[in-house]
Design a protein around this ligand. Structure first.
Ligand SMILES: Cc1ncc(COP(=O)(O)O)c(C=O)c1O
Length: 413
């Protein structure tokens, strides 16, 4: 650690910290994957769950739902969830969805697999951009297709910070022979929200190469940008070739309930993708339907407060890194609570995840996970850090990290 003065890391004590009382002993309950994967004492900053309790309107709706039995939920005949979701998606540019343009899924990942299965043939290349949330390339390779990866390129903001951008040349080269582009918007793990210019160019690209698109927009409601979210398929030019995937799991922290939706403006395309999964897809659980309905109906204020808190965490982390670990390259995410950190300058970059686990007692995701086999070395030395915890735990994790990394002398790159 340097001797530079610490920025104001903790919130003003006179302002209530809604998540200030989070206690590792309580979070570490046996049902929690995030908190029990690593030994006691390790701060888990890996899998994309938030440490925050579920929004009160969702908890109330779930309690009430449990008083009414748990038979098959009336999802087909009751339009409540579908109507609320359509209204929500319309604010993101997905207007005029046809009657058969929406179908529910037991999660978003099954939609990724179904899109690959339904829109490509075995042996074909499927286009995606790395680093990427790993089920993207698993959906490709586990179904006998090939990953055609276009690495994002590391650009710079005017302030000299890293900014992950679409690697247009790499995308052009990788597109040969591909029929499907798998897009992550906002992007996990870099936290980019593709802007209007990038989306416009990407749409031109997709039309030029006659590609289908599956756009995973699961993190769209966790944005720190002020502009309204623009779905990839907001532009009518690409609507008929795009399947958009969404769900409540990230914004409302309900991943354990399992539900998602696949929407598209061409009902035949939606049907083709759904049929590709056959009866394997299953149906969303009654409680997940109830939770999503409650989230869309009354979860807005909780979400706004939580996004504000996450933004604060992001800024605290940025200030900490700038002063205490200035050699770590980082671009503050525009969405999501995941930070993509470049620690390649460190002598232990070759086993950085293990080093941080053993020496700092923090658990993060290792960079190579976010790439297919041949590109894994490119992301060695990067980590993905989940900052959706209390500010106190985040600061403790960052301090541990700085102490452990500071013991080594970083090599200047
Ligand atoms: C981009 C993205 N898509 C999908 C998922 C998982 O979605 P589900 O749990 O609904 O399958 C995640 C989880 O972190 C994610 O980040």
């Amino acid at each position: 650690m340097t001797d530079a003065p610490l920025p104001e890391l903790m919130p003003d004590a006179s302002v209530a910290d809604p998540y200030g009382t989070l206690d590792p002993a309580t979070l570490r309950h046996p049902d929690s994957l995030k908190w029990t994967m690593y030994p006691e004492g390790v701060i888990p900053l890996w899998v994309a769950d938030m440490d925050y309790p579920v929004a009160p309107p969702i908890v109330a709706a779930l309690r009430e739902r449990l008083t009414r039995g748990l038979g098959y939920h009336q999802l087909l005949g009751d339009p409540t969830l579908g109507t609320a979701l359509r209204e929500h998606l319309a604010t993101q540019g997905l207007t005029d969805l046809p009657e058969d343009g929406l179908t529910f899924l037991p999660g978003v990942v099954p939609g990724l697999y179904a899109a690959v299965n339904g829109l490509t043939q075995p042996g074909e290349p499927v286009l995606t951009m790395t680093p990427i949330y790993h089920p993207f390339h698993l959906a490709i390779t586990e179904q006998g297709r090939r990953v055609a990866a276009a690495p994002l390129r590391e650009g710079q903001t005017e302030g000299g910070q890293t900014r992950w951008e679409i690697g247009w040349e790499a995308l052009e080269a990788a597109a040969q022979g591909a029929r499907l582009l798998m897009l992550c918007h906002p992007h996990n793990p870099t936290g980019r929200v593709w802007d209007a210019a990038e989306l416009a160019r990407l749409r031109d690209f997709v039309l030029e190469h006659d590609l289908y698109v599956v756009s995973d927009e699961l993190h769209a409601d966790l944005r720190y940008t002020d502009a309204p979210f623009e779905a990839f398929a907001a532009d009518p030019r690409v609507r008929d070739r795009t399947i958009t995937l969404t769900g409540p799991a990230k914004a409302y922290n309900t991943a354990g309930l399992g539900i998602g939706a696949m929407v598209g403006h061409d009902p035949a395309l939606v049907k083709r993708v759904k049929t590709a999964a056959g009866g394997l897809m299953g149906h969303p659980s009654a409680l997940s339907v109830t939770a999503w309905q409650a989230a869309l109906r009354g979860g807005g204020p909780w979400l706004a407060d939580t996004v504000k808190y996450l933004r604060g965490n992001r800024d605290v982390m940025a200030a900490f890194l700038q002063t205490q670990l200035p050699w770590v390259r980082f671009s503050p995410p525009e969405a999501t609570y995941l930070a993509w950190l470049d620690l390649r300058a460190h002598p232990r970059a070759g086993d950085i995840q293990k080093f941080l686990l053993e020496e700092a007692r923090i658990a993060v995701h290792d960079g190579p996970i976010f790439a297919p086999e041949d590109l894994k070395p490119r992301y060695q030395g990067f980590i993905r850090l989940n900052f959706a915890t209390s500010r106190a735990l985040l600061v403790e994790a960052l301090e541990r990290m700085a102490r452990a990394l500071g013991a080594e002398v970083p090599v200047q790159r």
